[in-house]
Design a protein around this ligand. Structure first.
Ligand code: FAD
Ligand code: UDP
Length: 373
């Protein structure tokens, strides 16, 4: 077999690179993926009751990048969707991110008024304050609030999700879900928030349906390595695996998803309910909120159980952002720089905690480099 470009991985990174190279450079591209489907972790499929479910965990699209939005809009129509999340705190369901609305659910009117006033005075309406920053506040009321939110929203959840406390991870991890000084009850505040109208897999099918693109599924890079001739390799799998773990394995965190279908139209009021302090699972997502299939008589929910990554048994879903891992990753990056014909990208190739839009943005940028030659 011969291709100009061999791309390992048919997720957002690989599919974007393949589409750009095939359509803009007119080159022949072979995309291989060891799974038996395209879409990477964003893959979705209909379950036995017709609910469109995400096999590798619920995926909600959001971005501030007009470039990414416009690019993906060529391959899908969108269904407007604002994701809402609640967390169970001391038996009450409160809006997440923790906001002025959450305060009102938990505290007396007098205390909530005082805390709101202090938050507004210190940070201003609309501010997004990472919990680890709020914890540094000197004002006693804000300290109380920070301790409360840390203990009831972040500590237990992070211990379950990552196996370590929030301070042991890069601050960027908990900063993804800041304390919001506003009454905005949406989980994301991005300019563009929507779900692909016919799902992610349909979007990927359109991205990859170019005469210059061939897709080979159920094929690991290791199996095709000696079989395919190519000028350049774009690798979106785990970078440490590519180099045979030369510098030791990079840590990843995994999840087990338990899907349950119930013979009722709805199971919960919002897309996701988080359980920071109880149960071994972190959150429960009801897919119909995401897909807009309110007309179906059944509903399907996904429980997320965090677990250690064990190669061969589960998937490397999350790179673990902390300094010592970044150092190890940099050793791999040095190896990568020695290989002129191989480029790495994606959540696993770059060892970065990318959202879907960031994976696409990174791929679009890499394409520009590729196009320059
Ligand atoms: P992937 O989607 O992981 O694709 C990599 C592909 O490479 C895989 O299909 C894999 O099988 C293949 N591969 C790897 N190694 C090899 C090999 N040796 N040979 C052949 N094939 C190989 N982002 C959001 O924006 N919103 C969300 O709500 C959201 N929710 C998420 C929930 C979970 C549980 C997870 C894990 C991620 C979530 N993400 C979300 C992030 C999103 O999944 C990623 O940003 C995106 O999938 C990254 O795309 P990628 O192509 O880089 O990687
Ligand atoms: N987080 C938390 N409690 C919550 C929600 C999030 O402690 O109720 C922390 C936790 O460390 C989590 C991180 O914030 O891993 C990022 O959350 P996000 O919802 O962005 O995670 P993802 O959807 O990527 O799994």
């Amino acid at each position: 077999m011969k291709a100009d470009y061999l791309i390992v991985g048919a997720g957002f990174t690989g599919a974007t690179l393949a589409e750009r190279i095939a359509s803009q450079l007119g080159k022949k591209v072979l995309v291989v993926d060891r799974r038996d489907h395209i879409g990477g972790n964003a893959y979705d499929e209909h379950d036995a009751h017709g609910v469109l479910v995400h096999r590798y965990g619920p995926h909600i699209f959001h971005t501030n990048s007009k470039r990414v939005w416009d690019y993906l809009s060529r391959f899908t129509e969108w269904r407007p969707y604002f994701h809402r999340v609640r967390a169970v705190v001391e038996g009450k369901e409160i809006p997440l991110p923790f906001s002025l609305a959450s305060l009102r659910k938990l505290f007396s009117e007098q205390l909530a008024d005082r805390l709101e006033e202090k938050l507004l005075a210190h940070f201003g309406y609309g501010a997004r304050v990472p919990i680890l920053r709020l914890k540094e506040a000197e004002d006693p009321d804000l300290r109380f609030l920070a301790e409360y939110v840390y203990r009831n929203v972040f500590e237990g959840y992070t211990l379950k999700q990552w196996g370590v406390r929030p301070e042991e991870l890069s601050p960027s991890v908990t900063a993804r879900v800041p304390v919001l000084v506003s009454y905005d009850e949406r989980y994301f505040q991005d300019t563009y928030q929507a779900m692909p109208k016919e799902g992610y897999t349909a979007l990927f099918r359109r991205m990859l349906s170019h005469p210059n693109i061939r897709v080979l599924l159920g094929a690991d890079w290791k199996e095709v390595e000696g079989e395919v001739r190519f000028d350049r390799l774009l690798f979106t799998g785990p970078i440490d695996e590519f180099f045979g773990h030369l510098h030791g394995p990079l840590p990843y965190r995994s999840l087990r998803f338990q899907l349950e279908t119930h013979p009722v139209p709805w199971a919960q009021e919002v897309g996701t309910v988080n359980y920071p302090s109880e149960h071994p699972f972190t959150r429960v997502t009801e897919f119909k909120h995401l897909t807009g299939q309110g007309y179906l008589p059944h509903t399907t929910v996904a429980y997320e159980y965090p677990e250690a990554y064990e190669p061969g048994r589960n998937e490397p879903y999350y790179p673990v952002p902390r300094e010592e891992n970044e150092e190890r990753y940099r050793l791999y990056l040095k190896e990568a720089e020695k290989l002129k014909a191989v480029l790495f990208a994606g959540r696993l190739g770059d060892y970065r905690y990318y959202n879907m839009d960031q994976a696409v943005a990174r791929a679009l940028k890499l394409f520009e480099e590729v196009a320059r030659g």
